[in-house]
Design a protein around this ligand. Structure first.
Ligand SMILES: Cc1cc2nc3c(=O)[nH]c(=O)nc-3n(C[C@H](O)[C@H](O)[C@H](O)COP(=O)(O)OP(=O)(O)OC[C@H]3O[C@@H](n4cnc5c(N)ncnc54)[C@H](O)[C@@H]3O)c2cc1C
Ligand SMILES: *[C@@H]1O[C@H](CO)[C@@H](O)[C@H](O)[C@H]1NC(C)=O
Ligand SMILES: *[C@@H]1O[C@H](CO)[C@@H](O)[C@H](O)[C@H]1NC(C)=O
Length: 616
């Protein structure tokens, strides 16, 4: 049977994540029930996200040394208009990037890379993001292309491949997507057949949309292999290191794209490519897990990339807004223009806060898998980035629409972000289902009791009713005398706690209402994911600005303003989303939405008669 998406999602959930490990703090504490039962959770919450991660002296120095030359290079040597126009990054620019070490940012120094932590990598991503084509070329090479060797390769593979990849002498690509297999990555058809003498595999198949597909020397390729376990044959995905030099690899012509035009994207075909058995990454049959781990480990950096882009947009537009006059007033005097700058500042601030919180957690030894957080960062920053770019363009009016300014290119370039590295639709399901699965596991027993009518047994709490907790709150120890949140953010912290309390009861009642069929309730899952995205964003800004106040960071009052503004906005959005999730909610239009979509899709058309039509 061809695996369906839900199947793949499930196998992704059960194979990639050790579910006994706690997945995410809000889910751990998401239900007041859990909170009452396990009083340790507030402590965990604080330890993981409070205080906000700090860089050590050594790292701070490293950042100082790296940032200046990379900024200089992007300001002076990178001609983004030309890269976009010619749909190619000139060789001298590529060489400059290689000389700066940017092809091996996270490769350990022993293999010739810069050995950067996730945090420092995120810092540099703010700068490389200023050119979308370069950012994607670099990311395809190291965030996904060589990442498999880095995180799942053995010593021999690392020694053999990493040095030339880190220097940029060899370019890497990541080959997963196929014509019949996009979001449903578990359904790939490319096949690897073991040779009779058992020394090598023959890879046959075709991959599409491969970034660096024409330039890559080394590719991480995913293919089906026959695996025999306990005498039973099974068809499983394995990951292979494929050198173009093995023979039989051919690349198609570059795709003609909307944006990131200087980044090469093309089809890559494998025609009986011989790959030595030593080139399997990880276990034979363990490739799907490798693919998911690679993608999960790279997404977090989209947060700092988008923040970097928005900060640049503010620079590019604020001078214009202050000097351009209409109606005998500067544009910057108009409320609707001012609002755009506030929007950009809040978004940049939230993205930065989430990106460095997540990177900091990922850099701590032994901490839980941050794939849900990374997915949250990716969604928030790809969608927030898109809105900000469009608003920045709007500030310039007609000029913004021309090629004389970089805004139209930024609009085109950043449109890819919600599509690749896991579409935002798939990632929303991942976020909602991962969290719900965890909450569900804990609640299953309770729900069974509940269905039998034993409400008292189920909750062990007299008088607890399954009704909306709107207005009630959970105490995480964020505020008050020993609170970790600064008093100037207390109102926001309380809003966060109220949202979490409401969220806890909302998830409980959803699980009770839908049980396992929840996986098919996409409109519900989407809202659950959106609430979680807002909650994580609130956590990040509260943690960051509390730190800024306590260390007396420059303009920390402005941070407090941004944090409180975001939290207040997110609080109301969350309450609305959760209100829509209540049973019989008049705010919920899902039945109509489904009906409209059904009528349109069944007819493959908009079906109203034209308003000017007279006979029917
Ligand atoms: C410029 C570019 C570079 C890329 N680089 C690489 C690369 O280097 N390596 C690589 O392997 N791939 C790469 N990709 C492929 C990319 O990851 C896929 O395009 C992406 O995963 C989506 O797959 P698809 O295009 O087949 O869309 P589909 O999977 O067909 O999806 C189409 C739409 O339906 C939605 N959808 C699908 N399933 C569901 C569902 N169950 N529920 C709700 N909505 C759903 C999707 O979110 C999307 O909006 C690249 C793509 C582009 C455009
Ligand atoms: C690979 O595909 C070719 C045709 O494209 C076919 O002739 C060959 O037998 C296939 N090899 C394997 C090992 O399946
Ligand atoms: C434009 O504004 C300036 C000062 O803001 C004022 O002195 C001038 O009279 C205004 N011109 C018109 C045409 O209203």
């Amino acid at each position: 049977m061809k695996p369906t998406l839900i199947f793949s999602l499930k196998c992704c959930l059960t194979t990639c994540l050790d579910l006994s490990r706690v997945i995410w703090l809000v889910f751990r504490t998401g239900s007041p029930f859990l909170c009452v039962k396990h009083m340790v959770t507030p402590v965990v919450l604080q330890a993981e996200v409070f205080p906000y991660p700090e860089v050590g002296n050594e790292e701070a120095e490293e950042i100082q040394q790296l940032v200046a030359p990379v900024e200089k290079f992007f300001a002076e040597e990178v001609d983004s208009a030309r890269i976009d126009q010619e749909a190619k990054i000139p060789p001298e620019t590529m060489n400059g990037l290689k000389e700066l070490g940017l092809f091996g940012m996270q490769v350990p120094e022993e293999y010739g890379g810069l050995g950067l932590s996730n945090t420092v990598y995120a810092r540099l991503a703010e700068i490389t993001a200023l050119d979308g084509s370069i950012a994607v070329t670099l990311a395809a090479h190291q965030a996904i292309g060589l990442k498999g060797i880095l995180i799942a390769g053995n010593e021999a593979q690392k020694n053999k491949y990493l040095p030339k990849l880190a220097s940029g002498e060899h370019i890497a690509a990541f080959c997963l997507t196929e014509p019949g297999s996009g979001s449903d990555a578990a359904s790939i058809q490319t096949r690897a057949t073991l040779s009779e003498d058992g020394t090598h595999y023959l890879i046959n198949g075709s991959k599409i949309w491969i970034s660096n597909g024409a330039t890559a020397d080394i590719m991480t390729v995913f293919a089906r292999t026959e695996v025999v376990k306990d005498g039973v044959k099974a068809d499983k995905i394995s990951a292979f290191i494929v050198e173009r030099a093995f023979g039989g690899v051919s690349s198609g012509k570059p795709e003609d794209k909307l944006g990131i035009r200087g980044s090469n994207t093309c089809e890559v075909a494998f025609d009986n490519v011989p790959v030595p058995v030593e080139n399997v990454i990880g276990e034979v049959g363990g490739g799907f897990k490798v693919a998911m781990n690679i993608l999960n480990s790279g997404r977090f950096s989209m947060g700092s990339s988008s923040a970097g882009m928005i900060k640049k947009l503010i620079e590019l537009t604020s001078e214009y807004a202050a000097t351009r006059k209409q109606f005998n007033r500067s544009l910057s005097e108009f409320g609707m223009i001012q609002e755009k700058f506030a929007l950009m500042a809040v978004n940049a601030f939230v993205m930065e806060s989430m990106a460095y919180l997540t990177a900091g957690m990922m850099d701590r030894p032994g901490l839980p898998d941050c794939s849900v957080e990374a997915a949250i960062v990716k969604i928030f920053s790809s969608e927030g980035g898109w809105i900000c770019v469009s608003e920045a363009l709007q500030v310039l009016g007609g000029l913004g629409y021309t090629k004389n300014y970089p805004f139209e290119r930024y609009v085109r370039d950043c449109r890819i972000l919600p599509i690749f590295e896991g579409t935002n639709e798939i990632l929303r399901m991942y976020i909602a289902l991962t969290g719900m699965q965890h909450a569900g596991k804990i609640l299953t027993g309770k729900i069974k009791e509940l269905k039998k009518g034993n409400i008292g047994v189920a909750f062990g709490m007299a008088g607890k009713r399954l009704k909306s907790a709107f207005g009630s709150s959970v105490d995480f120890g964020l505020t008050g005398k020993d609170g970790v949140v600064h008093p100037s953010l207390e109102e926001s912290a309380k809003k966060f706690e109220q949202n979490v309390a409401f969220f806890g009861t909302t998830v409980e009642s959803l699980l009770y209402r839908y049980g396992k069929s929840m996986v098919d309730e996409q409109l519900i899952l989407k809202r659950v994911a959106d609430v979680l995205i807002n909650l994580y964003a609130m956590t990040a800004v509260l943690s960051r600005s509390s730190r800024s106040i306590s260390i007396g960071a420059r303009n920390h009052d402005h941070e407090v303003l941004l944090a409180n503004t975001f939290c207040s906005d997110a609080y109301f959005k969350n309450n609305y989303l959760m209100t829509q999730l209540q049973k019989h909610s008049p705010e919920n239009n899902d039945a109509n939405i489904k009906k409209i979509a059904k009528e349109v899709l069944e007819n493959r058309a908009y079906i109203c008669s034209h308003p000017l039509e007279r006979t029917f």
